[in-house]
Design a protein. Structure first.
Length: 152
């Protein structure tokens, strides 16, 4: 897939069909929404976390503080699952038109290097998910995560 949801052609110059463009837009929108969800979970925790701490920043309500972090992590993990589902396809679509020389030097070489880093992060998140529920399908990972188990 091309790097733009509105691009009319694939990296090899073949016309992109409407279904591919629609799928691309859905994936990119899902990732944008997931990023917002992670940011919101973090912001909500940041807004109340100080209320669990003394003036030096140490928790005074250890249970409330721990429960709040677990709730934040569980809320964020739901959105991480979206990244695991859509991220690899989007990264592949962004990378597809790149030429070997683009990785060495050029206007997008730093961006392509960052994409490799994102690949690593997605791979690690997938490993974490497998550690949580090695015998369960990925959809149940959030409910069987250490965060969810801790809150039970």
């Amino acid at each position: 897939m091309p790097t733009s949801p509105d691009s009319p052609a694939t990296p090899d110059g073949q016309p992109q069909d409407a279904g591919e463009r629609a799928a691309w837009r859905v994936r990119v929108q899902a990732l944008a929404s997931a990023a917002d969800g992670i940011r919101q979970a973090s912001d909500q925790w940041d807004a109340v976390s100080d209320s669990y701490c003394d003036e030096d920043g140490w928790p005074v309500d250890e249970t409330g503080y721990a429960d709040g972090k677990v709730a934040r992590d569980a809320a964020a993990w739901e959105h991480v699952e979206t990244f695991l589902a859509h991220g690899p396809e989007v990264l592949a679509g962004v990378r597809a038109p790149a030429q070997p020389a683009d990785y060495l030097d050029g206007p997008i070489s730093a961006d392509l290097l960052r994409l490799r880093g994102i690949d690593s992060v997605l791979a690690r998140a997938g490993e974490i998910r497998r550690e949580w529920v090695p015998a369960s399908p990925p959809a149940s990972a959030a409910s069987d995560s250490p965060a969810a188990r801790h809150s039970r």
